[in-house]
Design a protein around this ligand. Structure first.
Ligand code: PLP
Length: 285
């Protein structure tokens, strides 16, 4: 695989980052994951805009322009002959050559940028979309700025492991009785024809897929309510689903052992997935 690191395209085994990089020592970095279908990037503009926001919130400089970033994405897709898969992008605050809690002067220490691709043949029609996934709930003990897409993913990884240990697919995180989001996705329930998902704030990541799906839902005259919901409310819902750049719209059929609806993907989730797949392919670049 050919990867991109600080201005160079290299075989992955030749790509190097300093051991003093603050991304490595302190999880001081941000990332984006953009899906690729038919060799094209889904919602690149959305991911680029969120990247700029994450960087701004952390006073971190972007080492490339957004035009250059798009060109790097495309170059990697071509070099690695990716049809279906994803591009991972990470920017970290670099390194001043010593470990220090204070941020280095950005004029002296450039941030590091790394991109790589992952091929995922059949990404658009994974069998899980036909059966739905099962989740457990776990306490949300992450930091308070979950709206910034940082590389600090230890707790979400632990959540995934708790799910795996429980024999299910993922975990929904819960704070003060309310569902925040999945380990790497936004969470939704459906009551009647109403789609309910947590409002934006610092408690959740502002999903790029979430924004697109809510827009498509409203355009299709579906009712959307952006508010918190409890685990009990979710267990009694007619449907549940998640969204993310890599799972698209994925039905959830079980929460903490309770069957949701008929225990199969619900009609709202199935319809939203169809609309999302169609529309995001149409606007892919
Ligand atoms: N919430 C969390 C915690 C995530 O890590 C992700 C994606 O990685 C999402 C939500 C979904 O965001 P997006 O739709 O932009 O992929």
């Amino acid at each position: 695989r050919i990867v991109y690191v600080n201005g160079s395209y290299l075989p992955e085994e030749d790509a190097k980052i300093s051991i003093f990089d603050r991304g490595f020592l302190m999880a001081d970095g941000v990332y984006e994951v953009t899906s690729v279908l038919d060799g094209k990037l889904l919602d690149f503009a959305g991911h680029a805009a969120r990247l700029e926001r994450s960087l701004t919130e952390l006073d971190m400089a972007c080492p490339v322009t957004m035009e250059e970033l798009l060109a790097i994405h495309r170059e990697l897709l071509e070099k690695n002959a990716i049809t279906d898969g994803m591009v991972y992008l990470q920017i970290t605050r670099g390194s001043a050559g010593d470990r220090d809690f204070a941020f280095p002067d950005p004029a002296k220490v450039p941030s590091s940028i790394v991109l790589f691709t992952q091929a995922k043949p059949g990404l658009a029609d994974t069998p899980a979309a036909r059966t739905g996934i099962r989740v457990i709930t776990v306490p949300d003990i992450r930091w308070g700025r979950r709206d910034i897409k940082t590389v600090q993913l230890l707790y979400p990884s632990m959540g995934k492991m708790m799910a795996k240990k429980a024999g299910v697919d993922d975990a929904w995180m819960v704070e003060d009785g309310f569902v925040t989001e999945g380990t790497s996705n936004n969470a939704y329930i459906v009551k009647g024809n109403k789609i309910i998902t947590r409002h934006l704030g610092t408690e959740i990541l502002h999903g790029i897929t979430r924004a697109a799906v809510l827009r498509f839902a409203r355009e299709a005259q579906m009712e959307v309510e952006e508010r918190s919901f409890t685990v009990d409310e979710a267990k009694e819902a007619d449907e549940a689903f998640i969204t993310s750049a890599s799972a698209f719209v994925m039905p959830v059929v079980e929460i903490d052992g309770a069957t949701i609806g008929a225990g199969a993907p619900g009609k709202v989730a199935v319809r939203l997935r169809e609309i999302y797949m169609d529309e995001s392919r149409k606007s892919a670049i």
